[in-house]
Design a protein around this ligand. Sequence first.
Ligand SMILES: [Zn+2]
Ligand SMILES: [Zn+2]
Length: 302
Amino acid sequence: MNRREFLKTALAAAALPDLVWGNDVLDTHLHLRPDADGCFRHMQGCGVTHAVLLTRVQDEEKAAAEMALRPGVFARSVSLDPAAADAGESLRKAIRGGAVSIGELKYHLALDSPEMRRVYDIAAEMQVPVMMHIQNFPHFAGEMPYNTGYEHFDKILAAYPKTNFLGHGALFWANISSDVPTDRGYPVGPVKPGGLTDRWLSDFPNLYADMSANSGNNALSRDLEFSRGFIERHQSKLVFGSDCSCTDGHGGGVSQNNNPEARRLAGKCVARETLALSKQLSTPDVFRKMTWENGRRLFRLA
Ligand SMILES: [Zn+2]
Ligand SMILES: [Zn+2]
């Protein structure tokens, strides 16, 4: 082997390792785990190269330790109860300290409540996106709805043009269709065009869609022909995330904790399932946007 051949081989080997999906993949919805390096193990298993660690404000040090183990791989968010008295100052402090986003916010508040409005103002001021879990149908007996009032969310989108919103959760994705049943969280079957989420993604430059969890996977799986058009239309607004809690990136452990209605993904890795589905429904360019470029731009990681 001459020198040039050697270099070519060495470069190919260096580029090979982890690009199982054809490009770097950013998981923008990976909850910090109790065991150190658990997030990285999950990513290795499913071919994800970078991630935003969703971090409660009290876990900042834990996230920092996980990030220090793997330089260049992670960023972190900050989440807290927006109704807490010091919520505003805590958010600003965490963002000044390096948090790149606010989320996920999963609290029993109205989307247009004063507490959430304060968060939207801070997100605009600090130039970070805010991600909300929007759900009304309970996943277990007695569960109360989160981030209520989605049917009027266009008023908020219009009132906060400098805030970037990342929608997530069962009700956000049920509204991919214009008929939203009230007796289930994850509707199946053909999508009826004209859904609020589809329209608002077109109408408001500050609304993005988090593809994570069973909610995102279910919505994009239920009507593949519709999904192809939806992805084409919103290719710059769809942001890959997994929200997967499996242990190994192959579906080990529990992948949709405490959520019997999401049993279609039991034993599967949500990241793998949604990446494979996205690949099937898009061109390589659009796949790269959804799984890498859009998240990098929105979270200002570039
Ligand atoms: Zn959630
Ligand atoms: Zn997984």
